[in-house]
Design a protein around this ligand. Structure first.
Ligand SMILES: Nc1nc2c(ncn2[C@@H]2O[C@H](COP(=O)(O)OP(=O)(O)OP(=O)(O)O)[C@@H](O)[C@H]2O)c(=O)[nH]1
Length: 378
């Protein structure tokens, strides 16, 4: 399902403005479906040479790995650049600009550049980087595409916890923000040229209309909104917006406009390593329990399954856990088979009980081995 809010025709394909290379910034909260959308974009881009810059908050490059593993001809591995271990908005000078220069030095240069920000990144500092002299002569921000997780929004997962905010305000009357999640959500919406409400399969029609009405009141004038499931939207709707967002920063307010050196103290992530499992069947329900017990926002990574040549991708967003085999372990990974283990990145608001979470996750992985062994023996 794809609909415009204003009934106008959607833009066509890539129309490079003023001879510059277009760049699309894909933003949206943790697990909103950015990587899923980008896979669809690549698959429907008609063979255009698109370079991807993939940024992750945790130091395990899961999204880049998934995109490289997709085997799509439009996305050869060398065109996927990973910027893990930090939010792109904070590492612009150290990581992003050198990466852009490297891509622009290629011959031939990419036809379009797509940047997936981490789910915790503020898009505005990244857009600002396109105004840097070395970049702006060659590249323009074709559009900022913000994904909204319809299910998370319907469940109130971005809304401020009124009691917690009241308690914080009591302790610090100068506090001017609602909650880290709400602020981030607002920043991502305020910077958008196009909003995609994803995961419509998880909400009913009435709820979706409610969400659209709420969102449309929070967007800049003229920003379009589309509704989709599984990021299934054609590249023609995403590329060619011709927004030149880097020249329009004042129209995109951020909660952090007065904080050039903001940080991400409100969130943390760490990686848990555990044993290979024997049976993925009980994994989802068991992991959902861990997420709920510890208030984990996002968990993702890879599990090794004993006796299987394929890598198991594990994904959890809020209460929903999914797994699937994506590709065979490659030769280098196979030769390290003795060390092959399951690796999961955990992301949440600051204050996670890392030891307890690691123990809980390792117990789940171990149980998925033990239960299968018991079933085989019985
Ligand atoms: N039910 C449902 N699941 C979806 C949809 N889109 C994505 N997912 C699932 O949501 C999970 C997260 O999707 P990703 O595409 O990895 O999300 P992301 O925004 O890239 O995640 P981060 O980079 O960690 O912020 C995966 O398990 C997807 O399969 C959708 O429309 N409906």
């Amino acid at each position: 399902m794809q609909t415009g809010t204003d009934g106008k025709a959607m833009p066509g394909g890539v129309r490079p403005g003023h001879g510059k290379i277009g760049a699309t910034v894909v933003t949206g909260f943790l697990g909103a479906g950015k990587t899923t959308l980008i896979r669809n974009l690549i698959a429907t881009a008609g063979g255009r040479r698109i370079a991807l810059i993939i940024n992750e908050f945790g130091d395990l490059g899961v999204d880049g790995e998934i995109l490289k593993g997709c085997g799509d001809l439009g996305c050869p591995e060398e065109d996927v650049v990973e910027l893990a271990n930090g939010c792109i908005c904070c590492t612009v000078a150290d990581d992003f600009l050198p990466t852009m220069k490297m891509l622009l030095a290629r011959d031939p240069a990419p036809e379009h550049i797509v940047i997936e920000t981490s789910g915790l990144a503020l898009p505005k500092p990244l857009v600002k980087a396109f105004a840097w002299p070395e970049i702006r002569t060659r590249v323009t921000v074709d559009g900022v595409v913000t994904l909204v997780d319809a299910a998370a929004m319907a469940e109130g997962r971005f809304a401020a916890d009124e009691e917690a905010v009241a308690a914080q305000r009591g302790a610090d009357p100068a506090l001017d923000h609602d909650s880290p999640l709400e602020e981030l959500f607002e920043d991502q919406l305020a910077c958008a040229d196009l909003v995609i409400v994803n995961k419509t399969d998880l909400v009913d029609v009435a709820k979706l209309e409610e969400l659209r009405a709420e969102l449309s009141g929070r967007l800049r004038t003229g920003v379009r909104m589309l509704t989709v499931a599984n990021g299934a939207i054609d590249a023609a709707h995403l590329l060619g917006l011709e927004a030149a967002a880097e020249a329009d920063l004042a129209a995109r307010p951020s909660h952090h406009d007065d904080e050039p050196d903001h940080d991400h103290d409100d969130f943390e992530s760490f990686v848990v390593t555990g044993p290979a499992i024997a049976d993925p069947a009980p994994l989802d329900a068991a992991l959902a329990g861990v997420l709920a017990r510890h208030g984990i926002l996002r968990l993702k990574g890879f599990a090794a399954v004993a006796g299987k040549p394929m890598r198991l991708v594990v994904q959890a967003v809020g209460p929903r856990v999914q797994h699937h085999f994506d590709r065979p372990w490659n030769a280098a990974e196979r030769s390290a088979a003795a060390d092959r283990a399951s690796r999961l990145v955990v992301i949440g608001e600051t204050g996670l009980d890392r030891d307890a979470i690691a123990a809980d996750l390792q117990a789940v992985l171990a149980a998925c081995g033990a239960e299968a062994a018991a079933a085989a023996a019985g």
